[in-house]
Design a protein. Structure first.
Length: 287
């Protein structure tokens, strides 16, 4: 009898300990360290803690870097070269297709209506305008708020400058954009680009001003298709490095002599030549 009572007491004691000491661990099933045997959550759950992610885990308290998204944010960084070399400003050291030795002192422009063309058809429009001053680092990065759906994209296009629907006097009342105003008697609106510098003309230093804009109300913006601009959006944000080769403004398909690239704001023929040359000025890479 005494032995039977002892066994019963032991069973009761073991039962009390087993029910009183619950196993601790992560009890959230969406967590990467979920423990199905845990009875009490110990605050160790790991997973995606971003509520905007496709695999958000509401019970996770430690982000494990696993977040995935059904869209990406696509940013743009603008850089400027002469051929394969980064631009050095304010020094006459470059040679164009016409044989002019020249410098770059000012480069300011607008980019607008960036459009992503889907491999499956259809487009995504980033309906924003961005002002770039090549000598102001703060303007070299463009981070539009529009989310880009996951998928495969064949190529990117954009407008260099502003089309007639957006190029209206007074749209930009504040500097620095307001300093790009195009004279009202010549059509109004804003410059597409101000590219200025000096050049050596037979031993004499002269200025050039490649000013592009809506001469006499005509639309001379450049429609750019970026070469080799296919990319895949798979939930990871991307940056497009967009590079302008300044030399190309003066060489293809029209070889331009810098002696003639001054006072051209009313010259429709020169505006058209720059428009044509601008089609292959840009290239892009992704990271």
């Amino acid at each position: 009898m005494e032995t039977d009572r002892l066994i019963i007491y032991l069973i009761i004691i073991v039962g009390l300990f087993s029910t009183g000491c619950k196993k601790e661990g992560c009890t959230e099933s969406c967590a990467s360290n979920y423990n199905s045997k845990a009875k009490k959550d110990d605050g160790s759950c790991k997973g995606c803690t971003d509520s905007e992610a496709a695999n958000y885990c509401s019970g996770a308290v430690i982000d494990d870097g696993s977040c995935t998204y059904d869209h990406i944010n696509l940013s743009f960084t603008f850089s400027h070269t002469i051929g394969s070399s980064s631009v050095e400003y304010d020094t006459i050291k470059y040679t164009d297709a016409a044989g002019n030795d020249y410098s770059v002192e000012t480069l300011k422009y607008f980019v607008s209506d960036i459009t992503l063309h889907k491999s499956s058809g259809g487009t995504i429009l980033i309906d924003d305008e961005h002002y770039v001053d090549a000598r102001d680092n703060a303007t070299l990065i463009f981070s539009p708020s529009k989310e880009i759906p996951n998928g495969t994209y064949s190529y990117i296009t954009f407008i260099f400058g502003l089309d007639t629907n957006k190029n209206t006097t007074g749209v930009y009342p504040n500097t620095p954009e307001s300093n790009m105003e195009w004279p009202v008697p010549m059509g109004g609106g804003y410059h597409y680009m101000k590219l200025e510098g000096r050049h050596d003309s037979s031993g004499t230093t002269k200025n050039y001003q490649a000013h592009m804009g809506p001469t006499m109300g005509n639309d001379y913006h450049v429609s750019v298709t970026l070469p080799s601009s296919s990319f895949t959006a798979n939930g990871n944000n991307l940056n497009a490095n967009v590079t302008m080769d300044i030399n190309k403004w003066f060489e293809t398909p029209n070889t331009l002599d810098l002696n003639n690239v001054s006072g051209i704001m009313g010259d429709m023929s020169m505006q058209m030549k720059l428009q044509q040359n601008g089609a292959d000025v840009f290239t892009v890479s992704f990271q």
